[in-house]
Design a protein around this ligand. Structure first.
Ligand code: BJW
Ligand code: ZN
Length: 246
């Protein structure tokens, strides 16, 4: 039985901390994960038809409507005690780097200063043709499953796309480099609420372990990252993280 107090000691003694988060981090705020049985988005929706560049080319209204529904959902939720515990870690260890795969802004809302968003954001739409940033839409948010035509770029007339990273797209270079760099330099890496199945993000905890960091995992389910974690804390983000920082 892993004692949360031993993990807490390792965390409290670390100078450089990386916090690496996935969808489970926001689950208790009401944001659905991707792969959880029954509630995961990819259990109910087809990732190939919604989260690929081809999907947007084939049916922009379907994809834009789905992401606008998700954006409106993300606007209605609030950080949970797990996000607050992450912000508390940052306040205690100023060299903390928060790396998230999440496209919501709940780390920012909880007080994390500059989380690295590896998979983009629901709040930074851009032109699919010229890549210029666009204003988030003022349209009324569609209901789940409703199509919506994307707005057009005011510069070139191209369709506006969500500012997220789809399957088959490269992760943004600077955030990815900064994340890998932080992983190579940290003493402790905390991986929270990720299935560890999506690459290259899933390599971040593996890189940290390879470079000598102590990896602490918080997840109610086993993941492939169990293998690199010195501490596997079985439980949810909103329950385990406050205990880890108290
Ligand atoms: C709780 C909890 C609670 C529940 N508390 N925990 C190597 C091998 C095989 C394939 C590949 C490979 N390298 C690349 C690939 C292809 C692909 C990939 O990884 N596919 C795999 C699925 C097989 N990767 C890519 O395509 C990436 N791009 C790329 O590699 O580009 C190469 C390239 C280079 C140069 C030029 C061109 C291309 C891009 C990946 C983009 C991922 N995008 C998504 C959608 C983002 C937008 C959106 O939101 O719609 O990102 S997919 C989805 O998965 C989302 C997530 O960020 C990502 C990770 O999911 P996450 O966060 O781990 O969530 P879940 O649901 O999987 O897990 C939740 C976890 O929480 C579970 O473990 C639960 O138990 C736990 N949990 N409640 C704590 N309360
Ligand atoms: Zn444009």
């Amino acid at each position: 039985m892993v004692d949360v107090r031993d993990a807490a000691k390792a965390l409290a003694g670390a100078g450089r901390v990386v916090v690496f988060t996935g969808a489970g981090m926001s689950a208790e705020s009401g944001v659905p994960t991707f792969r959880d049985a029954l509630t995961g988005l990819w259990e109910r929706f087809d990732a190939q038809a919604l989260a690929t560049p081809q999907a947007f080319e084939d049916d922009p209204d379907l994809v834009w409507g789905w992401y606008e529904w998700r954006r409106s959902l993300a606007l209605r939720v609030a950080p949970n005690p797990g996000h607050e515990a992450v912000a508390a870690i940052e306040a205690h260890a100023p060299h903390t780097v928060v790396i998230t795969q999440n496209v919501d802004d709940l780390h920012e809302q909880a007080g994390s200063t500059a989380p690295i968003h590896l998979h983009g954001s629901l709040f930074t739409p851009r032109c699919a043709t010229c890549s210029r940033p666009a204003e988030p839409s003022r349209e009324a948010a569609p209901e789940e499953g409703r199509r919506l035509a994307p707005p057009r770029c005011e510069h070139c007339g191209g369709p506006i796309r969500p500012g997220v990273v789809w399957f088959g797209e490269a992760l943004p270079a600077e955030p990815l480099e900064a994340a890998v760099q932080a992983a190579t330099e940290c003493d402790v890496l905390l991986t929270i609420g990720t299935s560890g199945l999506v690459y290259p993000a899933a390599d971040i905890p593996v890189v940290a372990a390879k470079f000598g960091a102590t990896v602490i995992q918080v997840n109610p389910q086993p993941t492939p990252l169990d293998a690199v974690a010195a501490f596997n804390l079985t439980g949810t983000a909103a329950t385990v993280l406050p205990a880890l920082v108290s």
